[in-house]
Design a protein around this ligand. Structure first.
Ligand code: GLN
Length: 495
């Protein structure tokens, strides 16, 4: 067995069976990261010593006959906006470049309680603001399928690391698509759970009514196992729901008999590249062939999702990022000595990158007196209408299908000078966040240039079980997820 190609589920069962040790797995992963990361720039930090220590503990537990958790010995990478005690969290921003958190995020506690081994932190767009990973203060992540292409954002490092066989599992955060988009661009699985499913305690807040944490994996089954580990109410995050957490892996029956799939034909038109459209149509046919029924649906307000999202997320970001003021966290400008106000403003000017500043300014503007009603309040009203569109659709269907991104991954630098163009690429992902619904992206084909294309399914609130079941049935009927960048010999990562 090639350890680096193995799924999280397989790694765990090989360790439990004693056919491989957690230390061997960890060592192979650390070697792979060391050789691949120069080309990819997917990791901001790797802590090999800590990871090997944990791996030794797992091996000792096995030797002692202690029952092992559902992710025992599985190496995991975390997007660098989640806190691990004693390990730097930078959010890929200069303002937090040296910030060492004093506590663990709830997802970190849950992963480690399940036996997972955190190997490091992945590069991302600064404060998770972006769709291409070009907004990182530490340089862009490169797509393992083509190093001149974006890996998608903002969890691009996590997606690239999973695609390039550096780790079988990584966590990302998704405010408007940041798990699903990079999953699509890198040819892996990315799951955004329902709002309230997974605790955000220890996740650096971007837009609190939209943010969710979720897994990036190479199979739907791995995403299901990981969601069962991460999900559940948390006293440290009052927005978590008291919903029971099912065994999501047990929901993967392989059958879509009787499943009704909503197809918003009128919405999936403009700006969608032909090859993406063709892959989407083929994926729908595959599901129909497997026994699902396709149902045309209407989402009349979906066309407003991008403007609504960029009003809501910038408003919330402007408030959430007010805490980075040179006093409480991270960087403080050395240049400002004369007044407190100058210290604040110099610190924020030197610490934040251009996209973060753009959003703070836009968000401050839409919340200011005189503009609040015209922009922010209006956006909230349309958000409600959009949510109603989905409520109505879900009276008739079990899942809704869309492309994940309108195009395959574009070239680095291609859209950086045109933020609006960049924002429009979020058209298919932001509505899941605005409506609070779970969404998943699975690989569904490749462009003529060999670049991955993603297929997105959205589910009812808290019905990740059905969502995962359909995604898994699709995966069983196709082989896209088995391809690795660079072919069967393994990724060729040198430019
Ligand atoms: N691309 C979206 C944005 O730039 C979504 C980011 C995210 O989900 N974190 O805001």
């Amino acid at each position: 067995m090639n350890l680096l190609d193995a799924s999280a589920t397989t790694i765990r069962s090989e360790i439990v069976a004693g056919r491989v040790s957690a230390v061997d797995v960890c060592g192979a992963v650390l070697e792979r990261i060391a050789s691949a990361n120069t080309a990819l720039n997917a990791f901001n930090l790797v802590d090999g010593d800590r990871a090997l220590d944990r791996a030794r503990q797992i091996d000792a537990q096995r030797a002692a006959g202690t029952p092992l958790g559902p992710l025992a010995g599985v190496p995991v990478a975390l997007k660098d906006n989640m806190d691990v005690r004693g390990m730097r969290t930078t959010a890929s921003s200069r303002i937090l470049e040296h910030f060492v958190p004093p506590y663990d995020a709830t997802v970190v506690r849950r992963l480690e309680a399940a036996g997972a081994i955190i190997v490091g932190k992945t590069n991302c767009d600064e404060f998770a603001m972006g769709s291409s990973n070009e907004n990182s203060a530490f340089g862009p992540v490169r797509n393992p399928w083509a190093l001149d292409r974006i890996p998608g954002g903002s969890s691009g490092g996590s997606a690239a690391a999973v695609a390039a066989r550096c780790v079988p599992l990584a966590l990302g955060s998704d405010t408007g698509g940041s798990i699903r988009q990079p999953a699509a661009c890198c040819g892996v699985v990315g799951l955004k759970p329902s709002y309230g499913r997974v605790s955000r305690y220890g996740l650096l807040a971007f837009a609190s009514s939209l943010d969710q944490i979720g897994p990036l994996t190479r199979s739907v089954a791995d995403a299901a196992v990981t969601l069962s580990v991460l999900a559940g109410a948390d006293p440290c995050d009052a927005t978590t729901a008291n919903e029971p957490v099912p065994d999501f892996a047990a929901a993967l029956t392989g059958s879509v008999q009787g499943i009704r799939i909503g197809v918003p034909r009128a919405f999936v038109t403009e700006g969608v590249e032909d090859q993406v459209r063709a892959a989407y149509d083929a994926a729908l046919e595959t599901l129909r062939g497997a026994g699902a029924t396709l149902v045309d649906i209407d989402l009349p307000h979906a066309k407003y999702a991008v403007p609504v999202y960029y009003l809501v997320c910038t408003a919330e970001a402007s408030s959430n990022l007010a805490r980075y003021d040179g006093v409480k966290y991270g960087y403080r400008s050395a240049a400002a000595r004369d007044s407190l106000k100058e210290m604040y403003s110099r610190t924020r000017d030197e610490g934040f990158g251009p996209e973060v500043k753009r959003r703070i300014m836009l968000g401050t503007y839409v919340l200011s007196a005189g503009y609040y009603d015209a922009f922010y309040l209006k956006a909230l009203q349309v958000r409600t209408l959009l949510r109603r569109d989905y409520d109505q659709a879900f009276e008739r269907v079990d899942v809704v299908a869309m492309p994940t991104t309108p195009t395959p991954p574009f070239r680095l630098g291609e859209k950086t000078s045109d933020p609006l163009q960049m924002y429009l690429g979020d058209i298919f992902t932001v509505s899941a966040n605005l409506a609070g619904l779970p969404g998943i992206s699975v690989p569904c084909g490749f462009s003529s240039e060999g670049l991955p294309i993603g297929f997105q399914l959205m589910g009812r609130m808290f019905d990740e079980a059905t969502l995962l079941r359909v995604a898994d049935a699709y995966e069983r009927a196709t082989a896209w997820h088995t391809r690795a960048p660079g072919g069967p010999e393994g990724p060729a990562l040198r430019p």
